[in-house]
Design a protein around this ligand. Structure first.
Ligand code: GTR
Length: 416
């Protein structure tokens, strides 16, 4: 059966002019579908949060199956207690996934634990784009299993160290944080053919080449993968399981938000330049829009999301409500000035509108609707910064994230 895609348009116009942003009403995060107003954290948790969770599941990312029946066996295949000149203990752990249907799949985790840290270390969990071996020049890092598949599909960029500028391992380790990374294609290759590879063939719903309107797409599967990494880290003796942070860039920033919304073990949820389908408000239709994203990446979202292609006004929710699902944990949104495709202003506004939910908990959103200036990070119970430059992850971004994590973890410790 072929999957029919309604409504996408790869040639839909793209607006970069603030004066042409349509007039729209931002859905009130505290107003329930039946009109009831949420006034307490308890009401939020009992009624509005589940309602929003359902909307994002059924109409944007697809429903995460409650029981996949997939088992995971971890296998430590390499370790070095003196990696990075003694700064860290390195572990490379193979995740062996076994489906109920008997099919198997492997993914490889790279973990650095800071040797200088007394006691358990907090950990930043973050997928990489081109394989573990591209995040560092260390020879001992084994190429991710997806390398061959992706190279045969024409991807050239799998060279050792090629993405190292995006991975401030030393900085994080010196600040006492462990870092865990995996290649996202190891969980589900980023391809409309996704039913053929990765975890998907282990799932009953992907045994046929068809997808129901609400069935999850790649972002949902990647988010599920983040939770499987959390399962492993919870068992790791030198990791502080109350100190898990999920960080993602771009499409993986969309993924970290969806993972953080669903999995409360992630205490800080960071989206770097996540844009459309991530932190940016869809109803602004600024930069990338739903028509473009669903046409170019038909496999990322569930099929029912296509109904909002060139029809953002009809959306009964918006992305600020996704951020709100993380409360009272912490969310961080970061933008880059030249990344207009991701709508930096829409990313900030989303974080601003989400703040109301933190207030229910007596916590702090941002004091002003005005977008902060370049290189003026705002760290409250939510965090935001915009830096100069292009769509990327830089050492400056990592510095801001580490400062924010230090702050919110120590605030939370004081509060309990
Ligand atoms: C772009 C896409 C964005 C963003 C980006 C990335 O092509 O339009 O939504 O996800 O890719 O992930 O690098």
């Amino acid at each position: 059966m072929t999957v029919t895609m309604m409504g996408q348009n790869e040639n839909a116009p793209v607006n970069y002019d603030e004066s042409k942003v349509p007039m729209f009403e931002v859905p009130d995060v505290l107003k329930c579908i039946d009109g009831e107003r949420i006034e307490t954290a308890r009401q939020w948790e009992k009624k509005r949060r589940p309602e929003l969770m359902r909307m994002f599941s059924e109409q944007e990312y697809g429903v995460t199956p409650r029981h996949t029946g997939i088992k995971v066996k971890y296998e430590l295949i390499a370790t070095n207690p003196e990696a990075m000149n003694g700064l860290a203990t390195q572990k490379q752990v193979l995740f062996n996934f076994i489906g109920k249907n008997g099919k198997k799949h492997q993914a490889l985790l790279l973990l650095y634990i800071p040797n200088g840290k007394k006691g358990r270390a907090r950990v930043i969990v973050s997928y990489n784009f081109h394989g573990n071996q591209t995040t560092t020049y260390e020879d001992e890092v084994i190429p991710s299993p997806s390398k061959e598949l992706m190279k045969s599909a024409g991807s050239e960029a799998w060279v050792r160290g090629e993405q190292a500028s995006r991975w401030s391992y030393e900085l994080a380790l010196r600040r006492g944080y462990a870092v865990a990374t995996m290649n996202y294609h190891d969980i589900c290759p980023d391809s409309p053919d996704l039913c053929k590879y990765g975890i998907a063939p282990l799932l009953p719903c992907y045994e046929e080449d068809s997808r129901g309107a609400n069935e999850w797409g790649a972002i949902g599967i990647w988010a599920w993968g983040y939770s499987r990494i959390a399962d492993y880290l919870e068992k790791e003796k030198r990791i502080d399981k109350r100190g898990m942070v999920v960080l993602g860039h771009s499409r993986l920033g969309k993924t970290s938000l969806w993972a953080g919304a669903q999995d409360k073990r992630f205490k800080v949820v960071i989206s770097n330049d996540s844009g459309c389908g991530g932190a940016a408000l869809s109803k602004r239709v600024f930069g990338e829009n739903i028509a473009r994203i669903t046409a170019n990446f038909p496999h990322w979202f569930c099929r029912s999301f296509n109904a909002y292609s060139e029809n953002e006004a009809a959306l009964p929710f918006d992305q600020h409500e996704l951020l709100a699902l993380v409360a009272p944990r912490h969310v961080y949104v970061a933008s880059a000035e030249d990344d207009q495709w991701a709508d930096p202003r829409g990313e900030y506004l989303s974080a601003w509108y989400a703040g109301k939910v933190w207030q229910l908990y007596g916590m702090k959103g941002f004091p002003s609707k005005e977008q902060p200036a370049i290189h003026k990070p705002q760290h409250f119970d939510l965090g935001y910064h915009i830096r100069a430059g292009k769509h990327d992850v830089t050492e400056y971004d990592w510095l801001c994230y580490l400062d924010f994590c230090d702050k919110v973890f120590s605030d939370d410790e004081r509060a309990f």
